[in-house]
Write a protein that binds this ligand. Sequence first.
Ligand SMILES: Nc1ncnc2c1ncn2[C@@H]1O[C@H](COP(=O)(O)OP(=O)(O)OP(=O)(O)O)[C@@H](O)[C@H]1O
Ligand SMILES: [Mg+2]
Length: 468
Amino acid sequence: MRLLIVGALEGYLTKASSVARARGCQIHHVDEPSSALEMLRGDVAFDLVLIDDQCDIPSFGRALSEERIAVTFVACGLGADAKHAVAAIKGGAAEYLPLPPDPDIIASLLESAVEDRNSMIYRSDAMTKVIATADKIASSDASVLILGESGTGKEVIARHIHSHSKRKGKAFIAVNCAAIPETLLESELFGHERGAFSGAIARRFGKFEQASGGTLLLDEISEMDIGLQAKLLRAIQEREIDRLGGSSPIKVNVRILATSNRDLRAMCAEGRFREDLYFRLNVVSLTLPPLRERRGDIALLAQHFARKYTEEDDLPPRSFSQDALDFLEEQDWHGNIRELENATHRAVLLSEGSSLDAQGFANTTSQRGNANGSADSLQASAPDNSKKSIGKNNGKETSDGRSDTDDGGSNLATIEREAVLRTITSSQGNYEQAASILGISIRMLRMKLNRYANEGHSIPQHSHSGSR
Ligand SMILES: Nc1ncnc2c1ncn2[C@@H]1O[C@H](COP(=O)(O)OP(=O)(O)OP(=O)(O)O)[C@@H](O)[C@H]1O
Ligand SMILES: [Mg+2]
């Protein structure tokens, strides 16, 4: 991954860089935000920017948004100054990292910018077939449409295809079409010329050019605006793109992979997705089966995640009791592998002994929420409610973050509060990690913490919350 450091970081630059370099990061350093902007407009993509809070962060944030550059940036400064932190966040920084930089925090910032999505764990027949097809088509330049429910591993398999293709030495660039505002997506993909719009003060390369020779993953393509779909179709068909405001087309050599968890064919029928684009993308399609249709992978994945998190969190190894494995294999996992991963991480953190048992999972998995496994509600419910109910929470959350099914009264609220606070402590104050373990959004976590603070409870210090 590529990291761009801006400014002197109060003299802690060497330390921050060596931590990042040790994680296999390529580092570029510039002194001024203006040089950073120049780099960000170039034909090399960056995953993360660390910027010294001595720089003018609000104007850097403004420049990024005016120039329609979507990159995560984290402000760094001498931590005690809350005003600076607030100004940085208001200025668009994803996080405020106190200096001197804690190596663990830098490491987890980098990790959350580019999670390790390379290892594919499977043994079920269903997945073995999908991987065999993926390997067969990896070396061609054909576009691939990767379909599957949320959390089934669409991005993992896209990376797998890239790393088994002849483009593997070149860039793999992923663009999440749902996460980038519609107004930014076009310039994100195709770049722009100076003067293309009022904030366009210089030429900027888009992802198509940055991915040149390599692979471009268009994640959640169904969310792309229909007007932009036409331009994408032209880019794929003609193998050339037009920068916004550009006068002549530019040749590009990019292999396209696209993912969707929606029924694109139905969207075509409804006129919400261009059929010609659908056929272009769908030269080959791979459909990842939901976890409930490959139960044979569950134990293997759970053991993999338990190992991963005990190592990462520096905890003693945990084994699984047979009843825990039976329990996990019986669940429906509507949030698929991501949900299983979070449940395992939670169980690892909350378990007392060296063995993970069914009860530990039942207590935590019963708190899962909606059907995509990213629920905004955390409810402690009795274990027997939980059977086969993961991801099927009917309780709605009210705007203050309380659940309207919290009829267990204050007891339940106490259990919830304790679980939330304990998870934050175990995550060393990393709110994003804690929210992910709890299966709630960061917004919901902050709402809950505000409520606890207002009720007079002490809240563990926030170290950072990742970069996304
Ligand atoms: N076969 C696998 N082996 C190990 N980990 C996996 C596997 N498949 C997915 N994962 C993990 O599960 C999580 C979800 O995977 P991924 O992001 O690829 O899913 P997705 O289908 O793109 O989800 P979404 O639709 O929500 O974007 C990631 O943390 C990923 O590392
Ligand atoms: Mg994805």
